[in-house]
Design a protein around this ligand. Sequence first.
Ligand code: OFO
Length: 171
Amino acid sequence: MIDKDIEKAINKQINEEMYSAYLYLAMSAYFQDINLLGFANWMFVQYQEEISHAMKFYRYLIERGGRVELYAIEQPAKQWDSPLHALEETLKHERHITQCINDLADLAEQKKDRPTLNLLQWYIDEQVEEEANDEEIIAKLKMIGDSPHGLLMIDSQLAQRTFVDGAADEE
Ligand code: OFO
C-alpha cells in the first residue's frame, strides 16, 4: 500500500500533467489560428506527451494500491504575443514541472519509497529533454529575429515531429 502523502502528491502531479496537456493544446490552437501549422503540430505532439505523462502516474498509483483522484484543471491562456513568447512560457512552465518532480523525489526519499523514486527517475530524465527542446527552439527564434523566411523554416522543421509514447510501460 502506498504512503498517503505520496498518493496525494502523485494525484497533484497528475493534475499538473493534465494542465500541461491543456496548456499545449491551447498553444496548438493559437498556432493554428496564426497559420503556423508546424508549430501547431509540435504543440499537439507535446499535448499528447503530457497526457501520456499523466497516465504513467495514473497507472502507477493504481498498481501500488493507491486511489486516483482527479482535480479540476485550470483554464490555460488563449493568446500569446508571438511564437517566441509562447515558447518562453513553455520553458517557464517546464521549469516549474521540473521543480514539482524534484519536490516529489524529495518526498519519496524522505519516505524511503524506492519504487516511487525509481518511477521519478524517468520523469527527471524526461524533464532534461523537455527543457533542452524548448531552449533549442527559443535560441532559433531569437536567431532569426523578425525574418518571416526564418520563421517558416522553423515551422517546417517542427511539422516533422511525431508522437512516440515514451512513457508507455514496458511489459
Ligand atoms: Fe512537459 O513534461 Fe510532463 O509536464
